[in-house]
Ligand binder design. Sequence first.
Ligand code: ZN
Length: 161
Amino acid sequence: MQIAQNTVAAFHYTLTDDQGQVIDSSEGREPLAYLHGKGQIVPGLEKAMAGHQTGDKFNVDVAPAEGYGEHHPELVQAVPREAFQGVQDIQPGMQFQGQGPQGVVNVTVTRVEDGQVHIDGNHPLAGKTLHFAVEVADVRQASEEELVHGHVHDAGGRDQG
Ligand code: ZN
């Protein structure tokens, strides 16, 4: 069976950046299962999955526009330390939720310096070309219930916690 609309595909992947550094991988885990055509994985990868079947191995490079979006410099800001009242020890890598023009945004602390907290509201992978090595582990028809729910159920047909 080929991956198409209304199929559930499970795949192993290794995601690397332009320098070949591994960003994420399913190695040592269950393959990632998703309902095809619902935007549950980044658009460039979902497009590349279409038409493949169990056992297929392929590589795909996904540009930022079809990955996690472009990097927006205006989302990089410095705010006074006092804005983080009630937070004892602010360290780079910590994440907070803030209010942005389009609702809640997740921001990551990149640096704390001179009473200023530097934050970045971009997705950590924004602006990056994503290099995926994919191996398709399984393709099956989605159940009616999965299509109604819009997500994949486990092998017993149950919602995944
Ligand atoms: Zn469900």
